[in-house]
Design a protein around this ligand. Structure first.
Ligand SMILES: [Zn+2]
Length: 291
């Protein structure tokens, strides 16, 4: 695990931070750190008795407004966090730490109810039977246009069985294929190095490929106009380690050689509550993506 010293979106170095808690489920799964009660029996002279949880920092970039966890997990730690993600044992264990999680997860697994909204945004840019790649698309259940796509490919490390009509592909196949649409939805908020993740996709795009990126428009970002307030209000971290602002996502796109065609921010009904997402449509800019 490394600690971010620069903004993970725009690479700026003007960062503010406040102390926060790495949620016990995440801390236990990755590091085996569980909350502990410090009692007088511990015999600590200079530390008061009380609950100790895993401390971390909420970091905010003063240039692009990106809000993020300072900890950047390595491959092994990411594998530990995402093993059996939302599977039976994972859900049971998480529900122990966070009562109510299992019920919320069941709603999430039903599939997304707003695919129609996304298809309406993308429709003007695509033909009748697009060739679609869902990057990080799990089983392919939420891929836009999956009922009418000429080709429905999914690149995902989870190795779960695909929905009917979808084909699981590896990175070499992705690079050798031509897609009209690449979907990269609800992945970027999880990854330790968003610029590198998006660069890999930009490099796999052709001139004609449309990229659709969607991330949560988190309430603390959306509703806190004042940056200091935004920092103060974010005191815990789950597996969403990056809270993007629109300008933070713009900065990442620009860095990897993508031109944004459209921005969208819209409410969705997910997990039984009203959430917001924001998304962009992009093409490769004439400037080639930096390798
Ligand atoms: Zn930044």
């Amino acid at each position: 695990m490394r600690l971010a010293k620069r903004c993970v979106a725009c690479d700026g170095d003007r960062l503010g931070h406040v102390p926060a808690v790495l949620m016990p489920f995440v801390a236990d799964r990755i590091f085996g750190w569980r909350p502990a009660e410090i009692s007088p029996e511990w015999g600590l002279r200079d530390i008061p008795a009380g609950m100790a949880c895993s401390i971390c920092k909420t970091t905010m970039c003063e240039d692009c407004g990106m809000l993020f966890l300072d900890m950047r997990f390595d491959d092994e730690e990411m594998a530990a966090l995402y093993a059996d993600y939302r599977g039976e044992a994972y859900t049971r264990e998480r529900d122990r730490f966070e009562p109510g999680y299992a019920a919320r997860n069941a709603i999430m697994l039903e599939g997304s109810a707003y695919i129609g909204q996304i298809e309406a945004i993308l429709e003007p840019y695509l033909g009748a039977k697009p060739r679609v790649l869902d990057w990080g698309g799990d089983t392919g259940v939420n891929t836009p246009f999956r009922s009418r796509a000429m080709q429905h490919d999914v690149y995902d490390i989870s190795n779960r069985p695909m929905v009917e009509g979808a084909r699981s592909v590896d990175l070499d196949t992705v690079k050798a294929s031509v897609y009209d649409l690449i979907v990269f939805s609800h992945v970027l908020e999880h990854v330790p190095y968003p610029r590198e993740s998006l660069r890999e996709i930009a490099n796999a795009m052709r001139q004609e490929t449309i990229l659709y990126v969607e991330v949560p428009h988190e309430e603390v970002v959306r509703l806190s106009e004042n940056p200091a307030q935004r920092l103060d209000r974010k005191r815990h971290w789950h597996e969403h380690i990056n809270f993007f602002t629109p300008s933070a996502l713009d900065a990442v796109c620009e860095d990897v050689g993508l031109s944004i065609i459209e921005h969208q921010s819209f409410p969705i009904a997910a997990a039984g509550k009203n959430s917001h997402v924001f998304s962009i449509l992009a093409r490769r800019s004439t400037r080639a993506a930096v390798a």
